[in-house]
Design a protein around this ligand. Sequence first.
Ligand SMILES: [Mg+2]
Length: 378
Amino acid sequence: MNKITIKNITTELLDIPIKRPHQFSAVKVAAKSFLLLRIELSNGVVGIGEGTTPGIFWNGESVETMQVVIDQYATPLLLEEDPTQLELLLQVLNRQIRGNEFAKATIEMALLDALGKMYDVPVHQLLGGLKQDKIPVRWALASGTPEGDIEEAKKAVSSGQYATFKTKSGKEAPDDDAKRSIRIAEGIKGHATIGIDPNGSWDRMTTTKWMDAFYEVGIDFLEQPLPPHDIEGLAHLSAMKKVPIMADESVATIYDAMRIAKEKAADIFSLKIHKAGGLKNTMKMAGIAEAAGISCFGGTSLESSIGTAACLHVYASIPNLDYGSELFGPGWLADDPVKNPVIMKNGYIEVPDKPGLGVELDADKIATYRRKTTEEVK
Ligand SMILES: [Mg+2]
């Protein structure tokens, strides 16, 4: 039998509009950018991967940096290689390219999609098999005002779309942020509950001061209140045992996971396939969490149905996803670059069961949202 090899690798950028502007701690965005990666094998199978980040503020990578890293540095290491030796390929990438976990995750995603298609199994079978075939989804309230957020949450609950929520904080002063979150929690009490995510923008004193009030109003969790490096501060907050502390920016890699577990600096890990450098690393982080008695939450980098499918395959395959997920990316985007978007129903999202990631690209939509080069714009 002829050995199957990696024959061709291409990248392109897509800019897809979103339904409503989204307020992060640092920026407000109206469109989401994606790197679309295609890896073609010598047997004709094409695997697709999607690279995306909340923004360059999040960890320093962007779709543009991912494209350069993949085109200039990763592609020459992968061409003519055997895609079935996935672990070996990942090791080569890790040795030759430092960091750039989002870019590496995109490559691994495309390779797993190709292998799944080649073996005619969904990616979750390559990862060991499912624990569940659908997982709960939490919606992020980010309208910009407490009234808007309360109204949005109540509407989502009454229409049966979502039952739990997250508020984005960090735009205002920490005290005002905390008050706003409490107001939202009170405004939806009896209907739904929220977790708070200040994206690392609060300080130790302010956060400590508000922990009792968060407990009283029934906040589900406090996600990454302190800057990513402040592990000691997170450990202090976790030891208060008021509201579960979730680590997100602080727990990007498997090495971070080990340190946070050792220092008892979180009750929950927010998993994200891109920050971890891929699906396999995400499973390893969940394993570290499991051994340390830490729960997991299925985080998002706001993927389309491509990246969301990848998240679903791994999140639904881990045993300790006690806090569900926030895989609302496809519902937040105004359009989706695939013919068969992931299915969201009654607050749950279903794991695709077709070979590979289980999503099929829509060529017309790719053409519509493809970022034009300067030459093409002229
Ligand atoms: Mg977060």
